[in-house]
Design a protein around this ligand. Structure first.
Ligand SMILES: *Cc1c(COP(=O)(O)O)cnc(C)c1O
Length: 401
């Protein structure tokens, strides 16, 4: 007879199999049990055939990975603790000393900071290219170029590039193409099939996604994913993921699994509200430019239209305005401070609308030709009623003047 403490740990009761309910169970584990030493020795941890250790996957994380593959049209996925960790994992897994990385000048800022910090220190060089000029990308590809980041739409200024053209140039050159797919989220366009109906699918090699945004949808989870369609590429990423120990928490994975069924509805709702506000902002004299790829006047609108303008496509929840140069930085700050429903804060795609003023000059190698001079303010539109958000921007404009 074992002691009580032992029996409480090695308890004989097993609940019946076959429990069925809408939500995925939360399987929490660092340790996973093996029935025999032979099973322990032969267990495969590189695919989903079994379980080895919490770091390498549980039923909860496997389920999330598979659903994300379906969302983005890939075949393999790894989960990491943030969107930025997804970008970093791609670089660490696939680049080595002597390689060159090309990054769009309008990329998500911390991706550039990683290249300027750790990657440079390890002898991986980088150059920035103008995503709105495929010829600039073509001219910057060299024999050292191993990988090219693409992002659509661009960060903060939301220019929409000719993504199929950029991908085709990289393929011709033999460089890997990695997409930051946070904006599109697998909904606006299909990253692994950019020309639906074409005989040869044209797609990116890797899609990194900040699940923190749409897949979470709550502003309360940090997570990222790296999805591929190529088994060899996935294995490199999976091995690096294992060596770095980039596990995600089971409760966080469950939160994303719970939000995923509503992602298409949320994406559409955010999109409709964002377009309504962006169109209204175009009528306001305080703004010299409104940046949103679904607006015909916005940079790259034609490329957005060709790729994303379908009933099941879309344009996400972000738009930016450029304030007329007559407004000082202090006045623009006062406008942001006066907003009540739009809260000051980073990130997007949660229920609460957000606003951030940006100093574009410090973020870009060159001021983008398509963007008017003036202070840029980015709005992330949440799920509040559009009329209330509209009234909030109107009252903040009055307060600023
Ligand atoms: C937010 C974001 C990231 C990083 O995601 P975190 O989970 O916040 O690290 C990466 N790329 C884009 C485009 C993003 O918007």
């Amino acid at each position: 007879m074992n002691a009580l403490s032992t029996t409480l740990i090695h308890h004989p009761y097993e609940a019946p199999q076959g429990f069925a309910a809408p939500q995925q169970a939360v399987h929490k584990a660092s340790t996973v049990f093996f029935p025999t030493v032979a099973a322990m020795r032969s267990r495969e941890w590189k695919d989903k055939s079994a379980y080895t250790y919490g770091l390498h996957g549980t039923p909860t994380t496997y389920a999330l990975e598979e659903r994300l593959c379906t969302l983005e049209g890939g075949t393999q996925c790894v989960l990491v603790p943030s969107g930025l960790a997804a970008l970093a994992l791609v670089a660490l897994a696939l680049l080595k000393t002597g390689d060159e990385l090309l990054i769009p000048d309008n990329a998500y800022g911390p991706n550039k900071t990683l290249a300027e910090g750790e990657l440079r220190a390890w002898g991986i060089t980088h150059r920035y290219y103008n995503a709105m000029d495929p010829q600039d990308l073509a001219a910057k590809l060299s024999s050292a170029t191993r990988m090219v980041w693409v992002e659509a739409a661009g960060s903060v200024t939301l220019e929409f590039p000719d993504l199929p053209a950029l991908v085709r140039i990289c393929k011709q050159h033999g460089a890997l193409v990695a997409l930051d797919n946070t904006w599109g989220a697998g909904i606006a366009f299909k990253p692994f099939d950019l020309e639906p109906g074409a005989s040869e699918p044209l797609g990116v090699d890797i899609s990194a996604h900040a699940l923190t945004k749409y897949p979470s949808g709550g502003g309360d989870v940090l997570m990222g994913s790296v999805i591929t369609r190529d088994a060899a590429l996935h294995l490199k990423i999976k091995l690096c993921h294992m060596r770095l120990g980039l596990a995600v928490g089971a409760n966080d994975a469950e939160m994303v699994l719970r939000s995923l069924p509503s992602i298409t509805l949320r994406y559409r709702a955010h999109d409709l509200a964002t377009r309504a506000l962006a169109v209204w902002c175009q009528t306001q004299s305080a703004f010299v430019q409104v940046l949103h790829p679904a607006l015909p006047e916005s940079p790259g609108h034609g490329f957005w239209k060709a790729l994303c303008d379908r009933p099941d496509g879309g344009a996400a929840c972000l738009f930016s305005v450029v304030f007329a140069p007559r407004f000082s930085q202090d006045q623009v700050d006062a406008f942001c401070d006066a907003l009540k429903l739009f809260r000051l804060g980073y990130s997007w795609a949660g229920p609460v609308s957000l606003v951030v003023p940006y100093e574009l000059r410090s973020m870009r190698a060159v001021w983008p030709a398509e963007i008017n001079q003036g202070t840029v303010v980015r709005f992330s539109v949440g799920l509040e009623a559009v009329a209330d958000l509209h009234a909030d921007i109107a009252q903040a404009l009055r307060a600023m003047n």
